[in-house]
Design a protein around this ligand. Structure first.
Ligand code: PLP
Length: 396
């Protein structure tokens, strides 16, 4: 008999972490994991050091340092025009990861159905399993990853949903959901009394003149949305573990109970330092957009010139590249996992197999791998050098 709870058996080691270990063991340049290889703005490091020195070393109120919740509230108003109450509607968590788990545990229970728009971050499924709930999958398919209105409606009509969870700007496809797509979800949530859990961690990485729209800002959605975002990506501090959830008081109270009894609070000195980040002026966000745009403009043409079909993402910092042409030329199979391992072994470049984002049917990721590009210029130079070997193999 196994000592391990049945539900844990349904959760497998994160494919991303597993491949990262392999990539590191081979000295590969890791374009798999979505973590910057550059530091945060120096001002933030200074703010963190200062916070440690000035005594922010003990617990702070479980739902977040009051000063940080105030700052989050004002930033939300500045960017999206609504001012959540910092005392009753904002909760600081240990990253978006914890906020997602706390949100799911707060609103779904045993046997409830949760619609997941795929491809999806692996942690949504884990949260659904922790809650004893059932995942209902709605795959958005390459190359366009668009939401199909009738398939979406069918899921709401047939599945007796309690919640829907999705992410925009979208990892891994780089899509930014349009107002029309969000409206479809919002209308169905209201018609079928469903809660939206919206992961907006890439909110400030939107290109091509598009705009990120939080679904909570659509008519009728403020009361039935848990908006989740955090500092990891926007300020290049994935290791700080600071995220937050915004929701109306009833939902916030429920989420805080889970948060309180799992973590007590997010790291105090880093919450103090996060105030500096949250108060950054518009010029920081303009810089961020240009910074990532420049990276996109390097990596996408580089990949396409090699025979990948790598769509140019409108948001976030990933591309889901189709490698079928390269596989054909080299006599490799369309297996995305094998190809990721092949790239690490033969080219020294790490990627993530697309199938790991599709739990309903991993074959939906066939012949696709995800490249992440939050990387220094020097790293991209080295990637370009390593791709010379692929060029030779392909005679180009
Ligand atoms: N949600 C999405 C869509 C992500 O891509 C990631 C990280 O890659 C996370 C959540 C994790 O966020 P955090 O570092 O705040 O836990």
């Amino acid at each position: 008999m196994s000592f391990v709870a049945n539900r844990i058996g349904n959760i497998h080691e994160s494919v991303i972490r597993g491949l990262t270990v392999y990539a590191n063991s081979k000295g590969a340049i890791n374009l798999g994991q979505g973590s910057p290889d550059f530091g945060p703005p120096e001002e933030l490091v200074e703010a963190a050091v200062e916070a440690l020195r000035s005594g922010f070393n003990q617990y702070v109120p479980t739902w977040g340092l009051p000063e940080l919740r105030e700052a989050i509230s004002k930033k939300t108003e500045r960017f999206y025009g609504f001012l959540p109450n910092p005392d009753t509607e904002v909760t600081v968590t240990c990253g978006v990861t914890e906020a997602v788990i706390s949100a799911l545990l707060a609103v779904v229970g045993t046997g409830d159905n949760v619609l997941v728009l795929e491809p999806a971050h692996e942690n949504y499924y884990a949260g659904i399993i922790f809650a004893g709930a059932n995942a209902v999958w709605l795959p958005l398919k390459p190359p366009n990853f668009e939401l199909n209105a009738s398939e979406l409606r069918k899921a709401f009509v047939e599945q007796d949903l309690k919640a829907v969870i999705f992410n925009t700007p979208h990892n891994p496809s780089g899509r930014v959901f349009s107002r029309e797509e969000l409206q479809l979800i919002a209308d169905l949530c209201q018609e079928f009394d469903v809660i939206a859990i919206s992961d907006e961690i890439y909110e400030h990485m939107v290109f091509d003149g598009l705009k990120h729209i939080p679904i909570a800002t659509l008519d009728g959605m403020a009361d039935r949305t848990i908006t989740i975002t955090g500092l990891s990506k926007t300020y290049s501090v994935t290791g700080w573990r600071i995220g937050y959830a915004i929701a109306q008081p009833e939902l916030t109270t429920a989420l805080r109970k889970v948060h309180d009894f799992t973590t007590i609070c997010a790291p105090s000195p880093l919450q103090k330092a996060a105030v500096t980040a949250i108060n950054f002026k518009q010029s920081y966000y303009d810089w961020l957009e240009h910074h990532y745009l420049a990276r996109r403009e390097r990596i996408i043409p580089m990949l396409n010139s090699l025979g990948f079909k790598a769509p140019s993402p409108s948001g976030a910092y990933y591309t889901m590249a189709d490698f079928s042409q390269i596989a054909d030329a080299l006599g490799l199979s369309y297996n995305d996992s094998d190809f990721s391992y092949w790239m690490i072994k033969h080219l020294g470049i790490g990627t993530i197999p697309a199938g790991s984002f599709y739990k309903s049917d991993p074959n939906l990721g066939l012949a696709h791998v995800r490249f992440a590009f939050p990387k220094k210029d020097e790293t991209l130079d080295r990637v370009e050098e390593r791709f010379e070997k692929l060029k030779k193999m392909l005679n180009i």
